[in-house]
Write a protein that binds this ligand. Structure first.
Ligand SMILES: CC(C)(COP(=O)(O)OP(=O)(O)OC[C@H]1O[C@@H](n2cnc3c(N)ncnc32)[C@H](O)[C@@H]1OP(=O)(O)O)[C@@H](O)C(=O)NCCC(=O)NCCS
Length: 180
């Protein structure tokens, strides 16, 4: 009788420190990025937040990812043409196949160096393979008190997100004619 081949056991995923995937992006705000007041467009900032967050998460998982959620986003100060926009992304928590990243946005005046925080966002990414199947991700190694506190806060935000998602439950499968 032919023997069934046993799948080779998956190698354990090594925990990674938040510092190993921390990402900083710096860009000058150009006229093409701005509204008629000369301030960077909110949509451009959101795009950069998504990119910075995704890079940090890719560095943590080294897999393909999709954005599952972006928490409420506020713009505290405008960033004007000629200023630098700085985005700092750091993974705050990793679960089985999803992870949360914090992205802080700063403006920096090129002539004075004055730096201000303009936004803070939390995004959740899910690790997938090319067929869209969820993939396990490395645990996050929490060493400092700051990292442990951020991870605790991330647990609370995750609970809120999953609650919000379940409240959308029926809508997720409703098809409205002409819309998708
Ligand atoms: C995100 C997505 C893969 C989740 O698929 P799903 O079948 O609902 O997945 P599951 O319920 O099995 O959840 C998978 C993981 O994602 C997490 N997750 C899913 N949706 C989430 C949300 N809205 N907020 C937070 N976490 C979420 C789950 O908690 C779970 O995490 P865990 O494995 O670490 O415990 C799916 O909804 C999707 O493909 N959405 C579209 C993504 C997209 O197009 N993004 C924009 C372009 S990249």
């Amino acid at each position: 009788m032919p023997q069934l081949e046993r799948a080779a056991p998956e190698p354990p995923l090594h925990p990674k420190r938040p510092a190993e995937s921390a990402t900083e992006m710096v860009q000058v705000v150009l006229p093409n990025d701005a509204n008629p007041l000369g301030f960077i467009l909110g949509g451009t900032v959101m795009h950069l937040i998504d990119i910075a967050g995704a890079i940090a998460c890719h560095r943590h998982t080294r897999t393909l990812l999709v954005t599952a959620a972006v928490d409420g986003l506020q713009f505290l100060h405008p960033i004007k043409v000629g200023d630098l926009i700085i985005l700092r992304a750091r993974v705050t928590a990793a679960w089985s196949t999803s992870l949360e990243v914090e992205v802080e946005v700063f403006s920096e005046e090129t002539l004075t160096g004055l730096r201000r925080m303009t936004s803070r966002a939390y995004l959740t990414f899910v690790s997938i393979d090319r067929e869209g199947r969820r993939l396990p991700i490395p645990p996050l190694l929490l060493e400092t008190e700051v990292e442990k506190n951020k991870a605790l806060d991330a647990e609370k935000r995750r609970a809120e997100r999953l609650k919000a998602r379940s409240e959308l439950g029926p809508c997720r499968s409703v098809f409205i004619r002409g819309h998708f």
